[in-house]
Design a protein around this ligand. Structure first.
Ligand code: SF4
Ligand code: SF4
Length: 640
């Protein structure tokens, strides 16, 4: 498996600008679903003391791991970005696959897969990219407009020892003031982007933090972490609550009996060890006073995922973490009960089973941000966010509100509304097992290197935009192998290779953590990230991951590749149009019609040995296809 690797700022800019100009898309997402605001509608919210242009954002998770994820969320209307949780253990060995989004969604992935320094790089790069998008007025909005107001909310975990460790401590301070890193990244921009080198960018990337603690983390430790974050770092803090807060009996009855998820088995032990409801309320009341003394604000996030037994065996761990529609019901109940205890103006942020049908309701309950993860793992990916805002606009219009604050009303009104919404959840069939048990459809077909249904689902379900499409001319190639005999190469007919589709799929290995989501949604078997050509950004990474097939463009007209256990190189002479194909045993030169021109360096071949040319034709098709697709996001990245 390749390591998740981010890009440098200059390459991101090149992608954004080139692809937008040539294809009206960014990271493969077409402009038509980019959020550009709705005339006369103001979605803005106060998040602690900062303004955000919408209450929507990606939840801390797979959609906030790399810089392009955050940019894609922004382009589709996200304005409060819950960055993926960082922690001191930053060299995790996460089982793969780690996401099972066939229906309700389970996962076994947790904190950032990148090292702390790499996460910092990704978040600062994303921060700068958003400012440059604003500076260029790429979305047609004048710079300085409230439309661009975006908040980055840090997420950190998981215990006091880790959070107070020197590396995490430095990381948190750097996020509070990133001026050195911003200056370094801007100074390193290539000359073609010199106009941005002196761009004024607010170095205070984040001063709000959502705290995630281990299941079973003792109450006094949670309290000490919050105090530390407020007093030592000056963060406004949101404490992420677990759905176990509702108690085993309520959760079991709601899930198994009321909503019909008989297949979900809970672990009663997990409920005993997690924070108990009364304990949580008392702790938060104390912390509220502590925060007030230090001029910091406190909030609670509902909720973390729910730990359940792994009885589906997609993952190897004993437990898995539930999200999606059933979690929505549980989290709304726990949020409401908690706010009733804390007071109706207590700050709540929310993420659990949010989708277009319940986003406006969640916002109307005065929760901010309302963030999404599971729904973005489905077909459409980030572009699904557009409908959330569109439906929020409709709901506001129906209530004759043009300003979100007016739509939500005062705390007491929001509380009354929440009460009605929560009461209706268990009855709503949309959250029931019957509505959420069907996996995505599969057809009786296995993916191959070329051609497929061309449904494009794998492009958008990937949180990291690791899959992309490229062009290829439909064609049928007559394949000849060569038999080496007496110093001559005798052509031997070996069937044909047919390309039927003019759009092909490929994968950026550096962006792919093999989470498995594109395999879940691809109608064919085999997994696009496994079966389709995989490209590496750098020679070092290509060499490092020797165990898997892969390709790397070493120059604009030269590509190296590994197919099976064989290493190859292909290049094209632009003058003659000839292709040079180098294998481990010889070097062939072919003309544009695949006719053999010459062979060299064949000393290693044995007399009578057959040279299989299938790999040459695959390499050539990929090489040509990528070179002619440089307005496609992935090809733009890898063809230097
Ligand atoms: S390409 Fe597929 S497996 Fe890889 S990160 Fe994206 S969705 Fe996950
Ligand atoms: S690889 Fe699968 S998901 Fe991707 S376009 Fe082809 S059929 Fe669709």
């Amino acid at each position: 498996m390749a390591e998740l690797t981010g890009l440098d700022l200059g390459t991101h800019l090149k992608i954004i600008i080139n692809e937008f100009k040539s294809n009206n898309s960014i990271y493969g997402y077409p402009e038509k679903k980019f959020f550009t605001g709705f005339d006369g509608i103001d979605f803005s919210v106060d998040f602690h003391h900062k303004k955000a242009a919408t209450p929507l954002g990606p939840a801390s998770g797979p959609h906030t791991q790399l810089a392009q994820n955050i940019v894609l969320s922004f382009l589709h209307g996200g304005r409060i970005m819950e960055l993926k949780t960082v922690q001191i253990l930053d060299q995790l060995d996460i089982p793969r696959p780690c996401i099972d989004a066939r229906n309700v969604c389970y996962n076994v992935e947790w904190s950032q897969e990148l090292r702390l320094e790499e996460s910092y790089h990704e978040y600062v790069v994303a921060w700068i990219l958003l400012k440059i998008i604003e500076e260029m007025e790429l979305l047609g909005k004048p710079k300085g407009d409230a439309f661009y107001n975006t908040v980055f909310d840090v997420s950190a975990g998981y215990d006091l020892k880790g959070i107070t460790s020197p590396r995490v401590d430095k990381w948190l301070r750097d996020m509070r003031d990133a001026r050195e890193k911003i200056a370094e990244l801007l100074a390193g921009l290539p000359e073609e982007f010199r106009q941005f080198k002196n761009l004024q960018i607010d170095p205070h990337i984040a001063d709000t933090l959502t705290l995630s603690t281990f299941h079973g983390c003792p109450r006094d430790e949670i309290e000490s972490i919050v105090q530390h974050l407020m007093s030592e770092h000056g963060f406004h803090v949101i404490v992420k609550m677990n759905p176990t807060l509702l108690g085993y009996d309520f959760v079991r009855k709601t899930l198994n009996d009321d909503l019909g998820y008989e297949n979900i088995a809970l672990d009663p032990e997990a409920f005993k060890h997690d924070l108990q409801f009364d304990e949580a309320v008392a702790m938060m009341q104390r912390l509220q006073k502590f925060g007030a003394k230090h001029g910091r604000r406190l909030g609670a996030k509902f909720t973390n995922t729910l730990v359940v037994k792994n009885n589906e065996k997609i993952f190897t761990d004993d437990v898995q973490y539930l999200s999606g529609p059933p979690l929505h019901v549980l989290s709304m109940h726990s949020m409401h009960r908690f706010r009733q205890a804390m007071g109706d103006d207590f700050h709540i942020s929310f993420s659990a089973g949010i989708a277009k049908h319940n986003f406006a309701d969640a916002v109307s309950c005065d929760m901010k941000p309302v963030t999404v993860c599971t729904d973005l793992l489905k077909t459409g990916g980030y572009s699904r966010l557009f409908d959330y805002l569109s439906r929020l606009k409709n709901a506001m219009e129906q209530s004759e509100s043009t300003v979100l604050e007016q739509f939500v009303g005062n705390a007491a009104q929001a509380m009354k509304r929440t009460d009605a919404i929560v009461r209706g959840l268990i009855e709503n069939p949309i959250y029931h097992f019957n509505k959420n048990k069907k996996p995505p459809k599969k057809i009786d077909s296995h993916l191959e290197l070329f051609d497929c249904l061309s449904c494009d689902k794998c492009l958008t379900v990937c949180p990291n935009a690791a899959n992309f499409s490229y062009e290829m001319e439909p064609q049928e190639i007559e394949v000849f192998n060569y038999c080496f005999e007496e110093n001559t190469f005798i052509p031997v007919p070996a069937g044909s290779m047919k390309i039927e589709k003019n759009t092909q799929i490929a994968n950026l290995a550096d962006f792919c953590n093999e989470c498995g989501d594109c395999d879940t949604y691809c109608p064919e078997y085999g997994g696009p990230f496994v079966q389709k050509p995989r490209f590496f950004f750098t020679r070092e990474l290509y060499d490092e991951f020797k165990g898997s097939n892969g390709f790397y463009f070493s120059a604009e007209n030269e590509m190296i590749g590994r197919i099976g256990s064989h290493d190859y190189k292909i290049s094209r002479d632009e003058k003659s149009g000839h292709y040079t194909f180098q294998s481990e045993k010889c070097v062939f030169v072919f003309d544009a019609k695949n006719d053999l021109v010459s062979v060299a360096d064949y000393e290693k071949l044995d007399n009578g040995e057959d040279v299989n040319m299938q790999d040459f034709h695959q390499m050539r098709l990929i090489f040509d296809g990528m070179r002619q697709s440089q307005n496609h996001f992935g090809a733009n990245v890898v063809v230097t």
